[in-house]
Write a protein that binds this ligand. Structure first.
Ligand SMILES: Nc1ncnc2c1ncn2[C@@H]1O[C@H](COP(=O)(O)OP(=O)(O)OP(=O)(O)O)[C@@H](O)[C@H]1O
Ligand SMILES: [Mg+2]
Length: 327
């Protein structure tokens, strides 16, 4: 199937000052990522804080420019930001992020904010607008009487529902959800995630679902890409990732997810410093924390290689068998 969106060798460099008086030095927050999302599919992106997930998400939407590489949407290069072509395309790709209060305009009622994208993108005739707003509110589980509320009069979960309603108003083909439930009460996270999944099926929307919370990703993703210091170290179907993680980093992440019935001692605890792109280790960036690291890992960065179960992995050492042994 033709990919809906395709990233080719994306690189994003930030110039970051080291210390108060240091010179800015380049930091590769996203360091050569290629991935595709097919229509209607959900790609989960996981990795610790600082691994470049949000930067990647913004690059997919063209909000952040690529320093190298390119993004293609429906087979075409991303138009230049700010042009009318780009705005048209942006209607087809929407971002939902962690903080719904920041995403909403606190001076406008929910109904007004839902009507806005319909108006801007001239999606439906004026006389049908309020019916469409009601339909959107219903689709995300907001009550009709909440139409006249302001954002601060809603709960966090309700606000995120409003943000999602607005995101789907322009009938997007892709939603990039960046930690969409991380700021919400655990008890309502599942409700919002289930709702996203329903909407996605109903409207056949593809989704890039970014989260550091693997429990959430397992519930929503068809495929998962695991990021470490700006690179993908393993990518596979969600089943494969959670059933038989192969990269030592993936293994550590997956084993830290509590599962009913799984013995505690089977967990691998991630040791050492969390990743810092300003101080990338030589060779395989994960080697200082890796239980399987060898000389080769310190010297040379592994490239992603395909494995027969449809997975790709970037590791010199692990094979399915090594991974078993390490457990
Ligand atoms: N505007 C910026 N200027 C300089 N450095 C930045 C900027 N945005 C991000 N970075 C750096 O790039 C790296 C990746 O950041 P990013 O926000 O993409 O990570 P993340 O995986 O989303 O992390 P988190 O899980 O904490 O949200 C980090 O080291 C971060 O400090
Ligand atoms: Mg982030």
């Amino acid at each position: 199937m033709m990919p809906l969106i395709e990233a080719r060798d994306l690189v994003r460099i930030y110039h970051v000052r080291r210390g108060l008086f240091g010179h800015p030095s380049p930091v590769r927050a996203v360091d050569g990522i290629s991935l595709t999302v097919t229509p209607g599919e959900t790609l989960g992106i996981v990795g610790e804080s600082g691994s470049g997930k949000s930067t990647l998400g913004r690059m997919l939407l063209g909000i952040d420019d690529a320093d190298e590489g390119e993004v293609r949407f429906e087979g075409r290069a991303m138009p230049v930001r700010g042009t009318s072509d780009w705005r048209k395309l942006r209607a087809k790709m929407q971002l939902v992020y962690q903080d719904p209060l920041a995403a909403l305009d606190r001076r406008l009622t929910i109904a007004t904010q839902l009507a806005e994208p319909l108006e801007i993108h001239r999606l439906i005739p004026n006389e049908h607008r309020s019916a469409r707003v009601s339909e959107l509110m219903n689709a995300v589980g907001l009550r009709p009487d909440q139409a006249t509320r302001f954002p601060h009069e809603l709960s966090g979960g309700q606000r995120q529902r409003a943000v999602i309603a607005r995101a789907i108003a322009s009938r997007p083909k892709l939603l990039v959800c960046d930690e969409p439930v991380s700021a919400l009460d655990v008890s309502i996270q599942a409700q919002i995630v289930n709702m996203l999944r329903d909407l996605q099926q109903q409207y056949s929307i593809a989704m890039v679902f970014i989260s550091h919370d693997l429990k959430v990703v397992r519930n929503v993703a068809d495929r998962v890409a695991v990021m470490y210091l700006g690179r993908v170290v393993e990518e596979a179907s969600s089943d494969v990732i959670f059933r038989s993680p192969m990269h030592p980093y993936t293994r550590a992440l997956v084993s830290s997810v509590p599962r009913p019935g799984s013995p505690l001692q089977a967990r691998t605890i991630l040791q050492g410093e969390p990743p810092n792109p300003a101080d990338r280790p030589s060779g395989c960036a994960f080697h200082p924390r890796c239980p399987l690291a060898q000389d080769l890992c310190r010297a040379t960065a592994p490239v992603l290689r395909p494995i027969d179960d449809g997975r790709t992995v970037a590791c010199h050492v692990t094979t399915g068998n090594d991974a078993q042994k390490a457990a």
